[in-house]
Each structure stands twice: as structure tokens, then as C-alpha cells.
Design a protein around this ligand. Structure first.
Ligand SMILES: O=C(CO)COP(=O)(O)O
Length: 179
């Protein structure tokens, strides 16, 4: 089983920053064992108020979401915890959408609220205890469009650097009938 250090991106919109800080304090021991990345303000507040070591990128409205999305597309982020605000508009909505899209497409675990974030960390704890290996499947399942036609995607796994590819096992999570 591959037990490489998990790389987690943490992001919260303004009304949810306190919730993410509270959640991060509650989960400090396991988060402290991971490589953490965050958008600018989220990361600064988290580092100040939890003591976690975090690589702070740009602030979200200034490109931070895009930086995280780029890292995901390069296979450099394993998990996205993004407490986005379903009740507020943000000026960089296009960036938020792009980040959620690339994380979904590339099939990394994405938690958009606290209960899902708890589930993700529960899996992390299990895999750490080696009772239940947790394999992140980096090969995105083939998406269907709404008319039911299968869209072909290249096998992205083969385009990744070898070091990145070696971190993942390519067992399909969802059987797709290409016939
Ligand atoms: O806006 C954000 C995510 O879309 C978060 O950015 P900050 O962490 O810089 O506030």
C-alpha cells in the first residue's frame, strides 16, 4: 500500500472560515501529518489560529483557486477540502467553478462541507491504521453527457510524470462499457 504523505488543499469562503478553523483544530493531529496548501487568507488564518504548517498561495479572488486547480491538474494535490458558501456571491465565481470542475474531473476526494470533510478524514485515519487501504483513483471515469452519449477522454494517467503516476493504482472505480 502506498502511504505517501497526503497533500491536502484547504479553502474557505469568508463566512465559513471560522468553521474551517474550528474543524482544523478538531482534526489537528491528522492534518499535521499531511502537506497542507491553502488560498491566501484561509491559509494565513489557519496557520495563525491552529499552528498548522501551511503553504499559503494567493488569495482566492487574486488567483488562489486557480493555483490550487493547476496543482490538482498536475497531480500535486490529493484531497480538496473547500468550504464554499452556498449563500454568497463571490467576484471570482468562475475560478471557484473551475476549481470544483477540475477536482471532480480528476476524481480526487472533494469535501464541500463539514460532514463530508469528516468522512474524508475518517478514510485517511483508516488507511493510516492499514485496516482499510484507501486508493485514490486518479484515472477519471468517462463522463456521460446528458443525451447519454459517451464522451471520450484521453487516459490522462499516461500523461502524468512517472513519479506522480506511481502514487496511484489504476483500478477503475466505475466500470464503463465502451462498446
Ligand atoms: O475565495 C476563496 C476561495 O474561492 C478563498 O480565498 P481566501 O482564502 O484568500 O479568502
Amino acid at each position: 500500500m502506498n502511504m505517501h504523505k497526503r497533500k491536502i488543499a484547504l479553502v474557505a469562503h469568508d463566512n465559513l472560515k471560522q468553521a474551517l478553523i474550528h474543524w482544523s483544530k478538531a482534526n489537528y493531529p491528522i492534518l499535521a501529518e499531511c502537506d497542507l496548501f491553502a488560498t491566501g487568507t484561509t491559509g494565513r488564518l489557519l496557520a495563525e489560529q491552529t499552528g498548522l504548517e501551511i503553504t499559503c498561495l494567493l488569495s482566492g479572488p487574486l488567483g488562489g483557486d486557480q493555483q490550487i486547480g493547476a496543482r490538482i491538474s498536475e497531480g500535486l494535490i490529493d484531497i480538496l477540502i473547500f468550504f464554499w458558501d452556498p449563500m454568497a456571491q463571490v467576484p471570482h465565481d468562475a475560478d471557484v467553478k473551475a476549481l470544483l470542475r477540475i477536482a471532480t474531473l480528476l476524481n480526487i476526494p472533494v469535501a464541500n462541507n463539514q460532514s463530508t470533510a469528516d468522512c474524508v478524514l475518517a478514510m485517511l485515519r483508516l488507511s493510516k491504521a492499514e485496516t482499510q487501504p484507501w486508493v485514490v483513483n486518479f484515472k477519471a471515469p468517462q463522463p456521460f453527457n446528458y443525451s447519454g452519449t459517451l464522451k471520450q477522454l484521453p487516459n490522462r494517467g499516461n500523461q502524468l510524470p512517472l513519479t506522480t503516476r506511481m502514487k496511484y493504482r489504476y483500478t477503475p472505480t466505475m466500470p464503463v462499457n465502451l462498446a
